[in-house]
Ligand binder design. Sequence first.
Ligand SMILES: O=C(O)CCC(=O)C(=O)O
Ligand SMILES: [Fe+2]
Length: 218
Amino acid sequence: MTTLPSLGNGLAAEPIVARLLAQPGLQKVPSPKLDLFIARDFIGALLCEALIERIDAVRRPSTIADANGDATFRTSETGDLSATDPVVQAVEARLAAFTGLDPAYGEPLQGQRYAVGQEFKGHTDYFDPQGADFAQYCSVAGNRTWTVMVYLNQPEAGGATRFKAVDKIIQPETGKLVAWNNRRPDGSLNPATLHQGMKVRTGVKYVITKWYREREWA
Ligand SMILES: O=C(O)CCC(=O)C(=O)O
Ligand SMILES: [Fe+2]
């Protein structure tokens, strides 16, 4: 088996985009405004189930940076997944091979759970350099570069991810990956990555998220 090389932190987006485009079944959302990719069946249902179990074991109320006075802005639950767990390691290896993004720059894999009525309102995944919490979140590893997210199940209704600036609504499906560059090709932060996790209407929604940084995650 050949091992694909790591392609860095994603700030140089071109090699990451090329690696993604080489993956069978990958869809690029056609827009000049941002690099946004979708791949169905990125991981299988059994691995998704195992990850859901792990999330349920560690979940706690989600938080946001730069409190905005809206207590209902992000109402989901979040949990950090253990890097020593073989199930987590399997996903990490698959993510690294698929995207080329170097795991050394990645935050710990996180899980999110949304019950009926829960959501994450419109936001960007990068931290606002003018925001009150910027130093706290970014002084060590720098700001975020890429986001990679995988839906672990399919709620009966609701729970889509909406990218307003490009008028794209992505429906959750078990094992489906969504990846985007939080920057423009020149490396500047891209406000067109604004997105929201829409309210779950029926059922429950689970995702995993992996965020990459400018500098290594210690
Ligand atoms: O749950 C979703 O669809 C989006 C989640 C998200 O945007 C985030 O966790 O940053
Ligand atoms: Fe997000």
